[in-house]
Design a protein. Structure first.
Length: 112
């Protein structure tokens, strides 16, 4: 019952919904020609958590540094003072239980 054979890796794509409820998707694989495909549903899994990006900050820090890749539950931050770099769902979970939260964010929407 797999569907991995339908995944498209290392592919640039763009899409638009059509009035009939389907999606027109332009697919440009790294190793092949561009194509226009139609789908009833589209799932985009960019995989941005599989390779942690940890910012380089000046100075020293003796506390714990944790990336979302390794984050599971917010309770480990209860009563602590935390600095959160980024503003995703995990950041909101942690801010809810921390004693004090400081947020830092890049100016660009994608954080790049």
């Amino acid at each position: 019952m797999g569907f991995r054979d339908r995944f498209r890796f290392r592919t640039t794509l763009g899409g638009t919904p059509d009035p009939d409820g389907t999606f027109r998707v332009m697919v440009r694989p790294a190793d092949g020609p561009e194509a226009c495909l139609r789908y009833r549903s589209v799932l985009v899994a960019s995989g941005h958590h599989w390779l942690p990006r940890v910012p380089e900050l000046p100075g020293t820090f003796a506390g714990r540094v944790l990336h979302t890749l390794d984050y599971r539950i917010p309770e480990g931050f209860a009563g602590q003072r935390v600095l959160i770099v980024g503003m995703g769902n995990s950041a909101c979970d942690i801010a809810r239980v921390a004693e004090r939260t400081l947020l830092a964010s890049d100016r660009s929407p994608a954080g790049r």
